[in-house]
Design a protein around this ligand. Structure first.
Ligand SMILES: [Fe+2]
Length: 582
């Protein structure tokens, strides 16, 4: 007799969010020996590891995928166990369900009835095969001393090895991994820094080596990434709290389109539905709203210490990006027209509904730290306009220009009275460098930052997207009225190339360029423009500490952690200013 399951319900299938099985306790016959489902003659494997995510105080999402290896497309029975010990002697949940072709044979279990702030072990069984063991952790309650996150983004499989995931998996104290998007990339093998993919053994497979457009393309790409041992190790060790960025759909996505989508690729809305369906099938994310899979903004409360608010700056509310080419005149960029467009109160990045939700979430949380986990840089990345024009068309003269402007800025900051009006204007005529970031949506940023300020919150914004490590003061107002209201900590990428390749800077010019950009951009406090890595952030009642860690290379299987270039900064509660830490 095969007892299929006691499921509370399976939902969301019609919406293509994958199936989520809610499981509340011990419903098996006790002991793992009863869980083998060995009697149906199926041949299966767990090629894609296990994962957990979206922890709550009494529950967590568990994930796996069962690969049928017998050509049979029928559903496969799967059981699982959750225990409070690594030997699975103290079972707290045991149940079963089926995986189906309709959800790409993925399984998500919403385990309930757990205890706050505890570590749990879990594994799955199907047709006599047992998955690897995963470890996860529920949210703590009440008085919490310390919370530690690893913050990661931008992993492009053909661009390099996932050493950064491997290093994050060695962290011993993580409460969660915050993945800020670009978990995968939509391109063909050679579409984005894939020149060495073949020799690294990381070329895309024949059935998935073109740009992702259809459901099957997205599913196969997730399946490929999840065969990576380093990514599997991190998933198995720590719960993920993830949001998508653009490449989970297509480059520079916004509400109704994307830079990397045109009509020859079919209907964008259809493509987006496929992308989001695969996302919900393959990522250990809890569907937030049964009726709308586009809503992924959500909060996680680590007792009285940290409220983490995950945002969507891509799909739900973003107006199309501005482009400097629309503001070009014969004498350069029309800064006045551009500024009017970028500060238009009708331009949205989060959209009004999400912004109102966030304002409410900030107002009602009394946690010491309010942390925003989101995709694109929020800091004001205002650069001298002539440098921006150099950045838009990088070449050798850029290095000379940066040097010249840096010298001027040094004199300016020292109050040099011999600076001419023209020289001052070269420094103070500034424009943002990335219009895909919050800089292209200034009015909404101002509302958000003023809300945090008015509520007197300790605001820490986390960002991904750029492939570089940054830290900035988040400011409102200008001139004498300028005030810092929070800080931004941005992570480098896992494997996608950074500014060093975009600017075509020779390696020896990188440190100087980093220093120069940090000097020229007023709110910027730190930049690593050339290395792949991740960010660890540790919160206590007194301070938040950021540790950026980098690997020496992602282009070969041999690598080291580049200890010398690791960087640490802190911010004290009650004082939104970054200082260097040891
Ligand atoms: Fe990226």
């Amino acid at each position: 007799m095969r007892r299929l399951t006691r499921r509370d319900f399976i939902r969301a299938s019609a919406l293509g969010m994958g199936a989520v099985v809610v499981s509340t306790g011990l419903t098996g016959c006790g002991g793992s020996s009863s869980n083998n489902n060995n009697d149906d003659g199926r041949r299966v494997a767990f090629h894609h590891g296990v994962a957990s995510g979206d922890p709550q105080t009494q529950g967590v999402i568990l994930w796996t995928r069962v690969t049928p290896e017998d050509g049979d497309t029928a559903p496969v029975p799967v059981s699982w166990e959750v225990a409070s010990d690594a030997d699975f002697t103290q079972l707290v949940n045991e149940d079963s369900a089926e995986v189906r072709q309709a959800y790409d044979y993925t399984l998500k279990v919403d385990v309930r009835g757990l205890e706050p702030g505890k570590t749990y072990y879990y594994r799955f069984h199907a047709a006599g095969v047992t998955s690897p063991v995963g470890v996860t952790r529920t949210l703590p309650e009440g008085n919490v001393d310390q919370v530690t996150f690893a913050v990661l983004s931008c992993s492009n499989y053909p661009a390099g090895f996932f050493h950064v995931y491997a290093e994050a998996a060695k962290e011993e104290q993580l409460d969660a991994v915050l993945h800020l998007g670009d978990y995968l990339y939509e391109y063909a093998t050679d579409g984005y820094d894939g020149d060495n993919a073949e020799e690294m053994g990381r070329a895309l497979p024949n059935n998935n080596d073109l740009e992702m457009i259809k459901l099957e393309d997205y599913r196969r790409r997730y399946a490929l990434y999840r065969t990576d041992a380093d990514l599997q190790a991190l998933h198995a060790k720590t719960p993920f709290i993830a949001v998508w960025d653009d490449h989970e759909i297509a480059n520079d996505a916004w509400m109704e389109g994307a830079e990397n989508h045109d009509s020859t690729e079919g209907d964008y809305l259809m493509r987006k539905q496929y992308a989001l369906q695969a996302y919900f099938e393959w990522m250990p994310i809890r569907p937030f709203d049964d009726n709308d899979r586009e809503i992924i903004y959500r909060s996680f409360h680590y007792g009285d210490l940290v409220s983490l608010h995950m945002l969507d700056t891509r799909i739900i509310g973003r107006d199309q990006q501005l482009s400097y080419t629309d503001f070009l005149t014969e004498t350069g960029i029309d800064a006045e027209a551009f500024t009017a467009a970028a500060t238009d109160p009708e331009r949205h990045l989060l959209g009004t509904t999400q912004l109102n939700w966030l304002s409410g979430a900030l107002a009602t949380s009394s946690a010491t730290w309010q942390v925003l986990g989101q995709q694109v840089l929020m800091g004001r990345m205002l650069m001298p306009a002539e440098m921006l024009q150099g950045l838009l068309a990088p070449g050798p003269e850029l290095v000379a220009l940066i040097g010249e402007l840096t010298t001027l800025k040094g004199r300016y900051l020292q109050g040099d009275p011999t600076l001419t009006e023209e020289e001052v204007a070269r420094l103070t005529t500034v424009l943002p460098y990335n219009l895909d970031a919050w800089d292209g949506y200034m009015a909404e940023r101002e509302i958000l930052l003023r809300t945090a300020k008015d509520l007197s919150k300790n605001l820490v914004v986390l960002a991904g997207d750029t492939h570089n490590a940054w830290a900035s003061h988040l400011t409102v107002g200008s001139g004498e009225d300028k005030q810092s209201v929070g800080v931004e900590l941005a992570t480098a990428s896992v494997s996608s190339p950074g500014l060093e390749s975009y600017l075509q800077l020779p390696a020896e010019a990188v440190p100087q360029a980093e220093q120069a950009i940090t000097l020229l951009v007023d709110d910027l406090q730190y930049l690593n423009a050339s290395q792949r890595g991740y960010l660890r952030v540790t919160f206590t009642a007194e301070k938040a500490r950021a540790d950026w860690r980098f690997v020496s290379t992602v282009k070969s299987s041999d690598y080291q952690v580049d200890e010398a270039r690791g960087h640490s900064m802190t911010v004290q509660a009650g004082s939104p200013a970054l200082t260097q830490a040891d």
